[in-house]
Design a binder for this molecule. Structure first.
Ligand code: FEO
Ligand code: CA
Ligand code: CA
Ligand code: CA
Length: 587
């Protein structure tokens, strides 16, 4: 970790004002260029992107996916080389069928969607591994062997307690050890051993279950009679209903193989992705690890982004030794859910069938879990039973590389009743969201108690609290904080995901990215995105001189042709940010 490289402290730029232009705005002295957009060719035969939704499913499997989200830069090489050549690994959370197909989504006379459309949609989901290199200021895609697309159909391995369990057995994998695809990959993180961790968020909406009685492992996650894109009309695995023609096995358990954190090794293009079930099954937003300490357990923090859901921590059984640590560390350990008490203290509640307090709580609630795999498949229910604190939609977490303090965005909760607030979720309703911080007792990853505080309450000046205790002002008003990332200099980058009337009519303009210095408590707006986009996902080169920022669904409701212009269809893309003088971003 490096300190500021010159004597002027941090955030030496003029804040960008709120705005509604269909472009990227960054401070004077900075430059922003779009790259790595949806449809850019990655794999042979490198099918070129065609405007108008004209690429096929075959093409899409070889091109960058849609709806860019969580992203991480893995350097290839050390020093200067590692900051000029690397693998950019990113999520493609979901799709917009309107822009994906020539005439939007279609449905046949029989009520089924065309297979080609469904397969293109499945291929536009997942993860892209993109080899990129810099020449001068220009970053571009290298057409090499590292490039990879992982989609909603890529074979994956299950590991951890749910591997081989009765609840994971499907016609595709009768022994419950595999599944196909990863879906709705929202935020992401990395492991201390250099792999990419991608998180499955709103996966439940891809499945239907039309049975009269829906099992708890589907019902608690919102699986019902309808699906988001109707894939079940052609692809049987998205229908979890009981069917009479299922003598050869069925897909009733297929949804149980989603809702996990998936580990991808970007350095091995042939390695099968692994769903790490010990980390729990919920609407995973993202994952971030606590400061690693030699010879001590690791901690991974995760949010479940739905109204009234929880913040989680996974503590490894095994101790951290650099060079020896690997993915299997994520298969053994204890999953906890957070309880935030009104006195500023908090407790991690073990969701562990062998934990006496958890067993007693389950018994008292009249809830039976057969084994730890059953607990994990039903993580939300387990956290209900344990008495975790319902939060205002936990999104990304970030860990201060200096202090080890953990930050979480709580994006908003319009449904919280005025009489149902607590000190950690103090506004009812809470349309603007807030950011919470906590510090483990003794700075230990394995601590079961912590201290928490609020970093800011988002909103307009009259209804906000800034990091310095005053009100937010023209330089930093924001709403619906979502993306969160600490850079190597200890600056905290905050991204917004406003939608609906808050985005269209609020005082906040288009979605944006701000940056805070937690030591000086200064917060400034750094970037404003194009019309209708969400700003989500940020990473950088080790030298701090290039920042990669993802722009998701520009023109979601029309009004944008970003980044191509000239009336072309809008495309999710990465924005490459540099300083005119080549200096470190944010200082
Ligand atoms: Fe996919 Fe919670 O944002
Ligand atoms: Ca998000
Ligand atoms: Ca969000
Ligand atoms: Ca979005």
């Amino acid at each position: 970790i490096t300190g500021p490289v010159h004597g002027r402290g941090t955030l030496n730029f003029d804040a960008v004002p709120v705005g509604r232009a269909d472009t990227i705005v960054v401070p004077d002295g900075y430059r922003a260029e779009a790259a790595f957009a949806w449809g850019e060719p990655l794999r042979a035969p490198f099918p070129a992107y065609l405007d108008g939704g004209l690429n096929s499913a075959f093409d899409q499997r070889r091109q960058v996916g849609q709806h860019h989200d969580g992203v991480h830069y893995f350097p290839l090489g050390f020093g200067t080389q590692g900051s000029s050549h690397g693998l950019l690994v990113m999520n493609h959370e979901y799709i917009d069928p309107q822009t994906l197909h020539p005439d939007g989504p279609t449905t046949g006379a029989d009520g089924r969607r065309p297979l080609e459309e469904i397969d293109k949609e499945i291929a536009a989901h997942g993860v892209s591994v993109i080899e990129i290199a810099r020449r001068g200021r220009q970053w571009s895609i290298v057409r090499g062997a590292w490039n990879r697309r992982i989609t909603g159909a890529t074979p994956m391995r299950l590991s951890g307690p749910v591997r081989g369990h009765a609840l994971a057995r499907t016609r595709y994998s009768p022994d419950g050890t595999r599944t196909r695809g990863t879906l709705n990959n929202c935020a992401s993180g990395m492991s201390p051993w250099g792999t990419y961790l991608t998180c499955e968020e709103n996966w439940a909406g891809y499945f239907v279950n039309r049975d009269a009685a829906i099992p708890r492992e589907h019902a608690r996650y919102g699986i019902g009679a309808g699906s988001r894109y109707g894939w079940e009309s052609r692809r049987r695995r998205f229908d979890a209903s009981t069917r009479a023609d299922d003598a050869a096995g069925d897909f009733r358990n297929n949804p149980n193989t989603y809702g996990w954190v998936v580990e991808i090794d970007p350095a091995d293009p042939r390695a099968m992705p692994v769903k790490r079930t010990a980390l729990g099954r919920f609407g995973h937003e993202g994952i971030v690890f606590g400061k690693p300490r030699l010879g001590r357990p690791l901690a991974f923090y995760m949010g479940d982004d739905a109204t009234g859901e929880y913040i989680y921590k996974f503590v490894t059984r095994d101790r951290y030794i650099p060079g020896l640590a690997r993915g299997e560390m994520l298969d053994h350990g204890t999953l906890y859910a957070a309880r935030f008490d009104d006195d500023g203290r908090g407790e991690w509640l073990a969701l562990d069938i062998h934990d006496p307090a958890f067993r007693a709580a389950a018994d008292a609630a009249g809830v039976h879990f057969a084994d730890q795999a059953d607990v994990l498949v039903n993580t939300r229910l387990a956290a209900d039973v344990a008495g975790a604190t319902p939060m205002d939609r936990p999104e990304w977490g970030a860990v201060d590389p200096r202090s080890g303090e953990v930050y979480f965005t709580l994006t908003n909760n319009g449904a919280r009743a005025p009489g149902d607030t607590d000190e950690a979720n103090p506004r009812g309703p809470n349309p603007y969201g807030h950011i919470i911080t906590f510090r483990e007792d003794g700075g230990r990853n394995e601590a079961t108690r912590f201290e928490w505080d609020l970093f800011l309450l988002a909103g307009p000046p009259a209804d906000s609290v800034a990091p310095d205790g005053g009100s937010l002002d023209a330089d930093n008003i924001l709403a619906s904080p979502d993306g969160l990332w600490f850079d190597g200099n200890g600056l905290l980058w905050i991204q917004t995901d406003m939608s609906g009337s808050q985005l269209a009519q609020g005082p906040f303009g288009n979605n944006q990215m701000l940056v805070a210095d937690p030591r000086t408590r200064v917060l400034k707006r750094f970037l404003v995105g194009p019309v209708g986009c969400e700003v989500t996902g940020v990473t950088g080169t080790p030298d701090g001189r290039t920042l990669f920022v993802n722009i998701q669904h520009p023109g979601e409701n029309g009004g944008s042709d970003w980044p191509d212009g000239n009336g072309a269809r809008p495309r999710s893309a990465t924005v490459v940010v540099t300083r005119e003088d080549g200096g470190v971003i944010g200082l």
